[in-house]
Design a protein around this ligand. Structure first.
Ligand code: NAD
Length: 294
């Protein structure tokens, strides 16, 4: 039987409607939700992303402002700007766009963001609360993966889950949330000796590595839910015979789809939902600021 396609775009559209309703309710009761995007320098991709984020926020009823800092700003200047936003009660969420210029320490800057305003969920305090099983704000990609698995109709509790890739912001938080949801989690990484021996045990297989087509049919148990987080640009020949690029995941979709029970496409799977999780986190951040624990 052909695998169920876990359509991230359709899921994102549903989540978008839920978010718009939550924003309207929150705004009526407590005032506006306001996200501030901080950009350092004029990286074209960063500006483009900030523009589309601006549109998405406005569509959801979230106010959005952009702080554009000069490329020459030093670490102290950047931290002072983050402190100013942390202290501004009118700003309920902060997102620091990456990459920063090489003279700035990205981790130190990200860690300075108030955990209650950290809409990306990357502050060590937020990762720590996740570890404790009491998240304030969790990383967006991990939330998107869980949302897609839930939508596949598969139960996490008691499932064998294998996560390939263990980066701080993607793979490890996914493993942590799956474990919180009472799945039995195996964490695979570059040093895993026999990857297929592990992945073939998985009821739920999440791949977040960044290597095109790392996972093939031989890695997948029949009927498994396969969530492909990878985003890779590969060179192809265009229809006009010229060199072009195509975006593919870490999973060989054509080979795995006939074996899997459910699978995410790339593009159109985890990516669109990750964007929505950022908006959902923005609402969550505003809500949690009303009931700060720490
Ligand atoms: P990373 O480079 O920080 O981490 C890669 C991980 O994969 C490491 O833990 C490494 O040990 C592991 N790995 C490398 N080669 C391996 C192999 N042969 N077998 C098993 N494990 C191996 O990458 P990242 O930031 O976690 O991103 C992973 C992928 O996810 C990238 O393609 C990235 O573009 C994509 N991504 C997608 C989204 C989204 O929303 N869809 C968000 C973030 C990242």
């Amino acid at each position: 039987m052909a695998a169920m396609i876990l359509d991230g775009r359709a899921a994102a559209a549903e989540v978008r409607n839920e978010i718009s309703r939550s924003v309207a309710q929150f705004t009526t009761a407590h005032g506006p939700i306001r996200l501030c995007s901080v950009l350092v320098g004029t990286d074209a991709a960063g500006l483009l992303y900030a523009d589309s984020q601006h549109q998405r926020c406005l569509q959801a009823g979230i106010q959005h402002e952009r702080v554009q800092l000069p490329e020459s700003i030093d670490q102290a200047g950047l931290l002072a700007e983050i402190d100013r936003l942390n202290d501004d009660p009118g700003i309920t969420g902060i997102m620091l766009h990456m990459p920063l210029p090489s003279h700035l320490d990205e981790a130190v800057a990200q860690y300075r963001i108030d955990p209650y305003k950290d809409v990306e969920g990357v502050n060590p305090a937020n990762i720590g609360w996740l570890f404790y099983g009491e998240p304030i704000i969790a990383p967006c990609t991990a939330l998107a993966v869980i949302e897609l698995v839930r939508r596949s109709g598969h139960t996490l509790r008691g499932a064998e889950a294998v996560v390939v890739g263990q980066s701080r912001i993607v793979g490890r938080p996914i493993s942590m949330i799956l474990s919180m949801e009472m799945a039995t989690v195996t964490a695979c990484h570059i040093a895993t000796r026999d990857l297929a021996a592990h992945t073939r045990q998985a009821d739920i297989l999440v791949v977040a590595v960044g290597k095109p087509h790392l996972v093939g049919a031989e890695h997948v148990k029949p009927g498994a839910v396969v969530v492909d987080v990878g985003i890779n640009k590969v060179a192809v020949t265009g229809t006009d015979g010229r060199p072009a690029h195509r975006t593919v995941g870490d999973v060989d979709f054509d080979a795995v789809a006939p074996v899997a029970g459910a699978i995410t496409p790339v593009p159109g799977g985890v990516g669109p939902l990750t964007v929505m999780m950022l908006l959902r986190n923005t609402v969550e951040a505003a809500r949690k600021q009303l009931e700060r624990r720490v």
